[in-house]
Ligand binder design. Structure first.
Ligand code: IPD
Ligand code: CA
Ligand code: CA
Length: 262
């Protein structure tokens, strides 16, 4: 398996989709609802179609898990995981904080992550065992050790109305302990910003594999740590993710651990 070739295909697909997303910003006429606050636009669907077609052309027998169409047929041990537009709510409001996220996994293990913000012209690439890059320069997590000096980022899941009871205590504990919290609206970019040392940590619940697969590899390849809220190995099909520079990971786990404080 030629990982560099896989990367070239993923990057080409991300740029194709990114160009489409750029041209559509502010020009979307119809926004549909997948749930009460979960949106989808023609840009999500068209960007996904471009990416899937490009991958299919190169790797006919690979499986593809893409947000809007679900799992496509193919060999289970070669899986592409695609979020054609992460940050749809931002995009639908004309906000440029969004990205294309593409990951590739072999035998279950994520080997490649590509995330492109086509507005900021920022391309993040991670290759398992080789490192992470932002626009061809090595990406490394921040070295801050003190939570009080750490800038954190989080997101709120689409079922937020059902999980307020656990989300808000975690939020207020982290807010009190840290320098501040941001909510960008794109989980893939949140993770890439941890990898690039802009944030010290990110956490969120109820994300999907297409939100986190590429970004989680970015963080570990940039020297950070990714786990669930109990500190167990991150599972892209799991329910919770905390990603950090490693240095403040234990402190984050403590803040996110609610048992006994609920
Ligand atoms: C969403 C974004 C957002 C996060 C949501 C995700 P989408 O993805 O990543 O930041 O808070 O939980 O579902 O719908 O824009 O692809
Ligand atoms: Ca997403
Ligand atoms: Ca999406």
């Amino acid at each position: 398996m030629n990982l560099n070739y896989l990367k070239d295909v993923a990057v080409a697909a991300a740029f194709e989709a990114g160009t489409l997303i750029r041209t559509k910003l502010g020009r979307i006429e119809k926004v549909e609802h997948k749930g009460a606050i979960d949106l989808v636009t023609e840009a999500d669907r068209e960007a996904e179609a471009l990416i899937v077609a490009l991958i299919r052309r190169q790797f006919k027998d690979h499986a593809i898990l893409a947000e809007e169409r679900g799992q496509e047929q193919g060999r289970a041990d070669r899986l592409w995981i695609v979020d054609p537009l992460d940050g749809t709510t931002n995009f639908a409001h004309g906000i440029e904080t969004c990205c294309v996220s593409i990951a590739f996994a072999a035998e279950g293990e994520t080997l490649l992550g590509v995330v492109l913000n086509p507005f900021a012209h920022e391309l993040f690439v991670a290759l398992k065992g080789h490192g992470a890059w932002m626009n061809s320069r090595p990406a490394t997590v921040s070295r801050r050790k003190a939570i009080a000096e750490s800038l954190l980022v989080t997101g709120f899941p689409y079922n937020i109305r059902e999980v307020m009871g656990s989300t808000m205590p975690r939020f207020s504990r982290c807010l009190e302990a840290s320098q501040g919290i941001r909510r960008l609206g794109s989980a893939a970019l949140d993770l890439c910003y941890v990898a690039a040392g802009r944030f010290e940590a990110f956490w969120e619940e109820n994300l999907k594999p297409w939100d986190t697969a590429a970004g989680a590899l970015m963080v570990t390849e940039a020297g950070g740590r990714v786990s669930d809220f109990d500190g167990q190995t991150y599972d892209r099909n799991g329910n919770a993710i905390v990603a950090s520079n490693g240095k403040i990971h234990a402190q984050m786990l403590k803040l996110l651990h609610l048992k006994g404080t609920e």
